[in-house]
Ligand binder design. Structure first.
Ligand SMILES: CC(C)(COP(=O)(O)OP(=O)(O)OC[C@H]1O[C@@H](n2cnc3c(N)ncnc32)[C@H](O)[C@@H]1OP(=O)(O)O)[C@@H](O)C(=O)NCCC(=O)NCCS
Length: 404
């Protein structure tokens, strides 16, 4: 059965319960009570594509794919809009018949028509999206710090930190976060509904969220209480933390480490280049449990995309991008601190790769050299390629601190 047997139509608000049920089955969750209405604050069902099976009138939903409008920070302090593909699922009865392919290709073509520079998504599995031109661009690390073993190299003045209320957090966090976005690429701008999700407690959660605040940073955390044979063994679970100055970073860590009844400080969303290791006398007290990709980027309009960010050094390269959806093309790219000029060219290529490689490199978190060594990009002029590698790297590791 070909995908054309499953017509695609735009979603409506009336589809929301069925969209939630489809996704819920595949991802293993259920929306109860007000949760579904709350979803409407961040999700527009009319931006969904719905694949259906069966005769009109008795049609069933067999595939869904949605969208968030997101804005990402970029190397150099700028930012860019990228429509994010989200809530993708195909009914368990109808997988591997091309439904995802037809949904996603329809969606990407719509984004091109709408003038998007790129699209983005987070992937449930690593093997699905490269074929559609997406490359994994940001990483997060899961880390745990033993508070009993961790000692700061220097005493830090933590008087700028206070334990705040949710209301104080609501007025401080968005401003710190916007400043943070000018320093760290890959961060998603948050609207009020997304801030509520960071700050509010879901009705079914046990311990309430707490807030350590500083004028240049914050930690949102939740205590997880445990005892180990009568000894305090609780975890301070960081939900999110952001700092815009080294002073705020050190002061917030000093405050967390001084909470002696927590044996562990843990987070799943730390930047891979977080300087916490360097603050400690013994860097091994930071245990990195995993490093995972988060945001994937799919280039759509190469000139618009490449001109939006800045580059560490000046470079000029002809890059051939292989693209099974939009067609292969060569671009002459002249870049530097102010951005890039990009033009189609017939000149021979200095560098060639699948378009997903550009997606992976775009936010500055990976090395072109590594893609060359791994066989996902090819080129001859080593000096030139070294320069392009340097140019693409961002000063800070990109971090999509918001799940989407
Ligand atoms: C992942 C999922 C959406 C795939 O849908 P589908 O309709 O079966 O996918 P298609 O038949 O259109 O497959 C498209 C291509 O992706 C490949 N593919 C599909 N699922 C894959 C997987 N899990 N791993 C690797 N490749 C996969 C297919 O082989 C096919 O390749 P080809 O077109 O190059 O030959 C579906 O299995 C699903 O709903 N899974 C659970 C929810 C989920 O993971 N959603 C993704 C959220 S990010």
């Amino acid at each position: 059965v070909s995908a054309s047997s499953y017509p695609i139509r735009p979603g409506t608000v009336a589809d929301l319960p069925e969209i939630a049920r489809q996704d819920g089955v595949q991802f293993g969750y259920e929306f109860r009570g007000r949760a579904l209405e709350d979803v409407l604050r961040i999700l527009d069902p009319e931006r969904f594509l719905i694949a259906t099976a069966g005769a009109p009138g008795s049609e069933r939903v067999v595939g869904v794919s949605g969208e968030y409008d997101l804005n990402f920070s970029l190397p150099g302090g700028g930012n860019i809009d990228m429509p994010a593909v989200t809530w993708v699922s195909v009914a368990p009865t109808h997988t591997r018949r091309g439904i995802l392919r037809s949904l996603l290709e329809t969606q990407l073509r719509r984004y091109i028509d709408e003038g998007a520079a790129a699209s983005t998504l987070t992937a449930s599995q690593g093997g699905i999206y490269e074929r559609f031109g997406f490359g994994a661009a940001t990483q997060i690390r899961e880390m745990a710090i033993s508070t009993h073993g961790a000692r700061l190299r220097r005493e830090v003045d933590a008087t700028g930190v206070w334990l705040g209320t949710a209301d104080e957090a609501r007025s401080l966090l968005p401003d710190v976060h916007e400043r943070w976005r000018t320093q760290v690429p890959g961060l998603v701008r948050r609207n009020a509904a997304r801030w509520d999700a960071v700050i509010d407690d879901p009705s079914d959660s046990g311990q309430r969220k707490m807030f350590l605040l500083h004028e240049d940073g914050y930690v949102v955390f939740r205590p997880e209480l445990h005892k180990d044979e009568g000894h305090p063994d609780s975890t301070l679970r960081i939900i999110e933390y952001a700092t815009t100055t080294p002073q705020a970073h050190a002061a917030l860590w000093q405050s967390m480490l001084s909470m002696e009844l927590y044996a562990w400080i843990e987070t799943e969303m730390a930047p891979i280049d977080d300087p916490i290791e360097h603050l400690l006398l013994d860097a091994r007290q930071v245990r990195t449990r995993s490093v995972a990709d988060l945001a994937w980027v799919r280039p759509l309009n190469i000139a618009a995309l490449l001109s939006a960010r800045s580059y560490a050094v000046e470079f000029e390269v002809v890059w051939e991008l292989r693209d099974s959806l939009l067609g292969d093309a060569r671009y002459r790219i002249k870049g530097g601190a102010e951005g890039a000029e990009v033009a189609r060219t017939d000149d021979s290529a200095d560098l060639s790769s699948d378009v997903s490689v550009l997606g992976a490199l775009y936010l500055g978190g990976h090395r072109l050299q590594s893609f060359l060594r791994g066989g996902r990009a090819e080129g001859g002029d080593e000096g030139l390629l070294r320069r392009v590698d340097r140019a693409l790297l961002a000063d800070r590791a990109p971090l999509a601190g918001t799940s989407f």
